[in-house]
Design a protein around this ligand. Sequence first.
Ligand code: GLN
Length: 191
Amino acid sequence: MIKIGILALQGDFDAHRKALGAYPSCFVSLVRSPEELDDLHGLILPGGESTTIGKLMVRHGLLERIQSRAAYGMAIYGTCAGLILLASEIVDSEQTRLGLMDITVARNAFGRQLDSFEANVDFPTIGTDPVRAVFIRAPYVTQFGEGVEELARFEDRVVAVRQGKILGTAFHPELTDDHRVHGLFVDMCSQ
Ligand code: GLN
């Protein structure tokens, strides 16, 4: 049984719980306290407001515990605000972050006109059919280090990355019926 927790401090954590329902080999729990991280194989950081989630992670004693569990091999998947929280650098921001990925992200980076939109995005790691990517005030990855693999791009902007057992997407697969990105994460958790 693969145990996956979803950080449930703020944001769209319930949509992730539903998406993981497609993988009956997973036991899924909601995480709000440090002890709830203890025996997880993987953790999902949902979309929401990254500044709020960052503050709440500190208040709930989760920030350092997530960092140390990641150092011992727990897989992590961040969507949108979750991707921002994983980044080592955030353009023009000193906000709290986990800093577990060697990436720079720009927040709200698609501009006002494109606040929320959907697009087909090629994601070769999970198959030949593109994913229907839902972007909501999304960030993108402006730079990444050598250990980081680019998984998907939209109009020349990097929108999905992986570094070892850490996965991040600027968009929200949990808001569609296509659960292949979650499937990739489930595979990462079982490695
Ligand atoms: N714009 C939000 C932030 O910067 C992220 C939006 C989202 O998670 N959909 O935290």
